[in-house]
Design a protein around this ligand. Structure first.
Ligand code: ARG
Length: 566
């Protein structure tokens, strides 16, 4: 995936330096290292060339310590397939040792020391000392054939490994908002990447806030629908219902007290209160399911077996100090209720002990990193896991900002509801398609599919192509720009490749043949001005197919659904 995907993107004319690619590259590299063998179907050409040039440089300059080893895909075909750009750096190094050697000479020296290998057809020295590498056609052909026959895949893991990914995690009493967007997008993509790498993935939605928020909602439910136990309460607008109860919670002291009592009753599983809770969950779940049908809503049981001796009582609260952490965990509040700390500890134990996870990853905003540090430290202190064996980590991310670089808000200053944001995305992508008069070419169905693919694809891609840890500026204009580093651009490139196969009338089966390269030609198809296809260049077609396969896999991992036409 790694190098090939970058290659393909370079091939399509977009810069290959994107953070998701870099992360993917590192991920695949570490996987390969872990499995202690290169992948059969997809080898990392770049690493292989680095090995070859590493040997050559060592042989040519045995006395140099850590000479620079730079191998990159070439940006233009006339510079070959790859380039080794080490000569300039080596020349600098030699200069510090009072040796003045022209980089071109160094490049020549390196090429003279190249070991025998199965990858390189020929090398040329260009410019100040670049070494242009042309790959052997039979080697490339074999790689391509593998790719086309076996698909884009990694070798299986030596032993099954399980990873639990906690992501999306909205608050059940409230509607999802833009803050949940990044966790959902990043988390889902991580899961797909792990699945691609052969892991058993358990997606967990740590549905939060069934404490105070629920106490409020239940107390309010008791007042507004006193007969809720027998007659199903018609809560249509949960958001409004929540706002009313929140207003009462903030202003009526009596109500606040009752809300807290409801929490304690809820946590001690009082049947009437559980019933009220379930009713509200049902209303809430209808909303969630509308947006993310595949997410599994798993509620955590609020039971935490904390060994005695760790716990201190402070002002009626039960707290735990964890070595190395300045902030204690609150396990039980003074009114007997449990907290976010309690539920996360209980949840972590469940994931480690019952789910037997080899990795647990929390895709939650950076703001909560302290919370997770303490939770992880506590779990290690109790002996629930050993960080040398099990990886438990917080994959944090920055907040979503508006184009004014301030926290993303609606014009009236409210939190942006996720549904509104997605709907605006849909509207804008349709406007864009119409502006390009695609509505005149595509069927109504195709247009609709393109609209959804572009809208959701762009939102996801924009998020994933930024550094996860930084704050990120949400801009529809930028993410829908079909000339930029956007999903719109890539999705369009994909349809262009697909349309070539369509024009040539080639079906999938025909492309499965193992074909060796006899010659390069730049055209896939030769056609008459009437559009009739005269000649199909099978080799070029296969190359297109391979590019499409890699792109499709890339889209799949990023959670983007490409279309055949747009
Ligand atoms: N529901 C929380 C929120 O909206 C995030 C939960 C993250 N997961 C966890 N295990 N704490 O902020």
């Amino acid at each position: 995936m790694d190098n090939l995907l970058c290659q393909v993107l370079a091939l399509l004319g977009t810069p290959a330096s994107r953070s998701i690619m870099v992360e993917m590259d590192n991920f695949v590299k570490s996987l390969q290292a872990e499995r202690n063998k290169p992948t059969k179907n997809m080898i990392n050409i770049n690493s292989r060339l680095q090995e070859v040039f590493g040997c050559a440089i060592k042989a040519a300059y045995p006395d140099l310590e850590n000479p620079p080893l730079i191998v990159t895909p070439s940006q233009q075909p006339k510079f070959g397939d790859y380039q080794c750009n080490s000569a300039m750096g080596i020349s600098q190094m030699l200069k510090t040792k009072e040796q003045k050697v022209n980089p071109r000479e160094i490049a020549e020296n390196i090429t003279r020391h190249l070991p025998n290998n199965e990858y390189i057809e020929k090398v040329e020295i260009a410019g100040p000392g670049f070494i242009n590498v042309h790959l052997r056609k039979d080697f490339v052909s074999e790689q391509l054939t593998n790719l086309l026959v076996n698909g884009v895949q990694l070798p299986p893991l030596e032993e099954r490994k399980k990873v639990v990914v906690d992501f999306s995690s909205p608050n059940i009493a409230k509607e999802m908002h833009v803050g949940h967007l990044r966790s959902t997008i990043i988390g889902e993509s991580m899961c797909r990447l792990f699945e691609f790498a052969g892991y058993d993935v358990l997606r967990l939605n740590h549905v939060g806030d069934w404490g105070t928020q629920f106490g409020m909602l239940i107390a309010h439910l008791q007042d507004k629908f006193p007969d809720y136990l027998t007659v199903s309460p018609p809560i249509g607008d949960l958001q409004a219902f929540y706002k009313e109860s929140k207003r009462r919670f903030d202003t009526e002291e009596e109500f606040k007290k009752r809300a807290y009592q409801c929490v304690v009753l809820l946590q001690s599983k009082n049947p009437d209160i559980i019933k009220a809770w379930k009713l509200i969950c049902d209303v809430s779940r209808i909303l969630f399911n509308k947006y993310i049908p595949t997410l599994l809503a798993l509620l955590v049981t609020f039971v935490c077996f904390f060994p005695l001796g760790f716990v201190q009582v402070d002002d009626g609260r039960k707290i735990v100090f964890v070595p190395g952490c300045s902030i204690p965990l609150t396990i039980v509040k003074s009114d007997g209720g449990y907290t976010y700390d309690t539920s996360d500890l209980a949840a972590l134990k469940q994931r480690l002990v019952e789910e037997k996870a080899d990795m647990v990853i929390y895709v939650v905003d950076n703001g909560q990193s302290m919370h997770f540090q303490v939770i992880f430290a506590a779990a290690q202190m109790i002996g629930w896991y050993d960080p040398k064996v099990t990886r438990v980590s917080h994959a944090g991310f920055g907040v979503v900002l508006g184009e004014d670089k301030k926290k993303f808000k609606t014009r009236s200053g409210e939190t942006v509801r996720l549904i509104d944001l997605l709907e605006e995305g849909l509207k804008r992508s349709m406007d864009k398609l119409k502006e390009k008069e695609r509505d005149k070419v595509l069927t109504a169905e195709e247009l609709k599919a393109a609209q959804t693919s572009v809208a959701y694809g762009c939102i996801k891609y924009a998020d994933l192509s930024h550094n996860r840890l930084n704050d990120y500026i949400f801009s529809f204009d930028k993410m829908l720009d079909d000339r930029g580093n956007t999903a719109a651009y890539l999705l369009y490139a994909f349809t262009r490749i697909r349309s070539i196969a369509r024009l040539a009338n080639i079906d999938e089966e025909m492309l499965q043949y193992k074909i060796y390269i006899s010659h390069y030609s730049n055209q896939c198809l030769s056609s008459l001005s009437s559009g009739e296809v005269l000649k199909v260049n099978m080799w070029r077609m296969l190359l297109c197919e391979a590019v499409a396969a890699v792109m499709a896999k890339g889209f799949d991992i990023l959670g983007i659904k490409p279309v055949q036409r747009m």
